[in-house]
Write a protein that binds this ligand. Structure first.
Ligand SMILES: [Ca+2]
Ligand SMILES: [Ca+2]
Ligand SMILES: [Ca+2]
Length: 182
């Protein structure tokens, strides 16, 4: 009965999505880890567990990482995503701006190369690094991705039937995950 309700809710959400943009799907990964130059931290986002199939279409994805810095100081947050390499300095300076107990969130849109890496197999590897002498704490990571949609000639936005099916599976998975948390 619960499973039926989850599927019904997922289908209802898909129907709602057909008249608007597709809802982003969230994948979480990583465990809290101290990062130094000598000890970068690598982890992987795997979206196959949301019903994504290798070689599918993704319109866009944003990687969000949460950081803090137990001892402040100046450091570069060096984020390597897939086979690309992107450098970030949260807050516009070379410091994870928040001290111990608070969090800095960094949002990183995947570039074309990283997105292709993700679409190819549903997996994307991320490495958090810093410069010599830099240190901060990686807290957690979330990858939000939006299944591709097609735009018909009348200008409306309608999910592809195939993508819609994947969304249903993904949403059912989310329902399952949230039930497990309860
Ligand atoms: Ca996953
Ligand atoms: Ca990959
Ligand atoms: Ca520091």
């Amino acid at each position: 009965m619960k499973a039926f309700r989850t599927v019904a809710v997922a289908l209802a959400m898909c129907a709602a999505a057909s008249s608007a943009s597709a809802a982003p799907i969230l994948d979480t990964a990583g465990v809290a880890t101290a990062v130094t130059f000598a000890a970068p931290y690598g982890y992987r986002h795997d979206i196959l567990d949301h019903g994504y199939f290798a070689g599918g279409n993704i319109a866009g994805a944003i990687l969000s990482v949460w950081l803090n810095d137990p001892n402040r100081g100046s450091e570069i947050v060096n984020v390597t995503i897939g086979i690309g390499n992107q450098l970030f300095t949260p807050g516009g300076n070379n410091d994870v701006s928040n001290g111990n107990g608070s969090e800095t969130r960094v949002d990183i849109p995947l570039n074309g190369t990283s997105l292709a890496d993700l679409m190819l197999d549903g997996l994307i590897d991320v490495t958090m690094g810093t410069n010599p002498g830099g240190d901060y704490t990686f807290l957690r990571s979330s990858l939000a991705y939006e299944p591709a949609v097609i735009t018909p000639v009348d200008g409306g936005r309608v999910p592809e039937p195939f993508t819609l099916g994947l969304m249903g599976i993904g949403l059912a998975g989310l329902g399952f995950a949230s039930r497990r948390k309860n």
